[in-house]
Design a protein around this ligand. Structure first.
Ligand code: GLC
Length: 545
């Protein structure tokens, strides 16, 4: 069977069990030798992605941007930043990937724009109460002289989400809302022009061959028009998960469905309430959303079992496939997270200098790869995960770029450590990411020679070889299982399940080796078996029919 052949019968359903590879363009491959990854670099590495066997690529934002938040501060949604290339090159990239059987998903950022976006510049230049300001959330301040922010909300990046403007005469003016960094003013989604604009942006990228969009901060767009203070436990929340969002996504779904073939909507929906989360996945809304619950859980059988059960239970009634995510460009890298005493992911507890056992983390990351790739649904794979890259925790402070770090007053390490440029080849930085002698935008560790694609490609025991094998076997052995899923009974600290009659997966999270469940063949293991037993922190894929 050729690559992607399982989709041949129903191409429009490809996303239900796809492996989607996340490319952070700035750090993937540097084609023009300026130290920053770009579209030329991605194009040159498409054969690598085809060989890995992924079905689609999600590209983090490549739009013109001052990069105040790694490109999530968009100045123009219909172009490409010169740092990355040109719009024509993006079109070529999408077409070339498609010829290799790889679909492209672009990142849409609807909650906010860059403060250099023409709409925001016009709003700043216009008077309070003007139609230009109405596209954003401008308000007078509180206090006798308007010196206090209009409400008590807290930015998603920490600190105050309001910035005071300066009037043309130099005096202090109104405040504007930005749930993220100061340079990311929030749009007013009650305004029809904001809706039309984003519907047009969707069409723009669908017309250029994008197979789907990833919707940034998808549950935050709509605000209570009164912008009231935040009272804990109030329902509805003043800026998260508001009812009006569903109607917006229904209109987006109608646009996606109006295209021949499939166009998919993938939501970045961070919500603690599983039922509220599932409402975004109703048949006329988003196709899928990232499953952050699974990613946030510790490396413990009970916790992961509970997350898998809850995930499958919440997706089934709405008919949407689950997604499985271990990390992304915002999250501590898997190898590092699983090597710590506390293996959960939680933005609030990130600190510098957490003791980490990388060898243990690496073993668990391999097992977690087989676990997530064996579950029913789609899998997101963040660039470098297939290389087992650790979080880079000792970046020089003067090279850090992430606003999350700066807005925390320097206490939060930020997200740069998972965005370090990929090592492709060679024995020293820049490891083939950039031409020799070029210093990449974030420095790479001196000990990454054994983690390069080149080094791992010829090593049968490498994590890259494991991923390649797993993706190949998944196509033929896991793909046809559809939604079938059943736990096997046994050891409390072992996750074992079947996917129909022919395939089962077992993951040992206990401290001791365990016997494999009944099988006719061992298809793949995350590490060597120990006298036929599955060692601690290891996983196996078994043929059972
Ligand atoms: C999302 C992105 C993150 C970005 C934020 C603001 O959470 O994943 O990287 O900083 O939105 O756009």
């Amino acid at each position: 069977m050729g690559q992607n052949s399982r989709h041949a019968s129903d191409q429009s359903d490809w996303w239900r069990d796809a492996v989607i590879y996340q490319v952070y363009p700035r750090s993937f491959a540097d084609g023009n030798g300026d130290g920053t990854g770009d579209l030329a670099g991605v194009r040159s590495r498409l054969p690598y992605l085809a060989e890995l066997g992924v079905d689609a690529v999600w590209f983090n934002p490549w739009y013109p941007s001052p990069m105040a938040d790694g490109g999530y501060d968009v100045a123009d949604y219909r172009d490409v930043d010169p740092l990355f290339g040109t719009l024509a090159e993006a079109e070529t990239l999408i077409a070339e990937a498609s010829r290799l059987g790889i679909r492209s998903i672009v990142d849409i950022v609807p909650n906010h724009v860059s403060d250099t976006h023409p709409w925001f510049r016009a709003a700043l230049a216009a008077a309070p109460g003007s139609p230009e300001r109405d596209l954003f959330h401008f308000r007078p301040g509180r206090g006798a002289a308007g010196e206090l922010p209009p409400n008590d909300w807290v930015s998603e990046f920490g600190g105050c989400p309001w910035t005071r403007t300066t009037n043309p005469d130099g005096g202090p003016g109104e405040w504007y809302l930005h749930l993220f960094a100061t340079q990311q003013p929030d749009l007013n989604w009650a305004h029809p022009q904001v809706r039309w604009e984003h519907e047009s942006i969707l069409r723009f990228w669908f017309d250029r061959g994008a197979a789907g969009v990833r919707i940034d901060s998808a549950a935050l767009l709509v605000k209570d028009p009164a912008l009231p203070d935040f009272v804990r436990g109030t329902d509805p929340h003043p800026f998260a998960d508001r009812e009006e969002l569903h109607e917006i996504y229904r209109s987006w779904r109608a646009i996606a469905d109006s295209y021949v073939g499939s166009r998919i909507l993938v939501g970045e929906v961070w919500l603690p309430d599983a039922e509220r989360f599932a409402r975004y996945l109703r048949p006329d809304e988003l196709h899928t959303a990232f499953n952050f619950d699974f990613m946030s859980r510790p490396w413990q059988a009970d916790a992961l079992r509970a997350s898998i059960d809850a995930t499958l239970a919440l997706h089934a009634p709405v008919g949407a496939p689950a997604t499985w995510v271990l990390c992304n460009h915002d999250i501590t890298r898997t190898v590092t997270r699983y090597g710590r005493g506390d293996t959960r992911f939680d933005f609030a507890t990130k600190t510098f200098g957490t003791p980490t056992d990388l060898a243990l983390g690496h073993r668990r990351a391999r097992a977690a790869a087989l676990l997530s790739l064996a579950l029913p649904g789609a899998v997101y794979l963040y660039q470098g995960e297939e290389l087992g890259l650790p979080e880079v925790e000792d970046l020089p402070l003067d090279r850090l770029q992430d606003p999350m770090h700066f807005r925390s007053g320097g206490t939060d390490p930020g997200r740069d450590g998972c965005r370090v440029p990929l090592p492709w080849s060679g024995t020293a930085a820049p490891y083939g990411f950039s031409p020799e002698g070029v210093d990449p935008w974030l420095p790479q560790p001196a000990d990454w020679a054994r983690l390069t694609v080149e080094a791992q490609s010829t090593d049968p025991a490498s994590i890259l070889t494991l991923y390649r094998e797993a993706l190949r076997i998944r196509r033929d052995a896991v793909g046809p299982c559809g939604d079938k899923f059943e736990w096997l009974t046994g050891h409390q600290d072992v996750l074992a399940f079947t996917r129909g009659d022919g395939f089962s997966c077992v993951v040992n999270l206990s401290a001791d080796p365990v016997a494999l469940p009944a099988h006719t063949a061992v298809l793949l293991t995350s590490g060597p078996l120990d006298d036929g037993l599955l060692p601690a922190d290891s996983a196996a894929w078994l043929r059972t029919g």
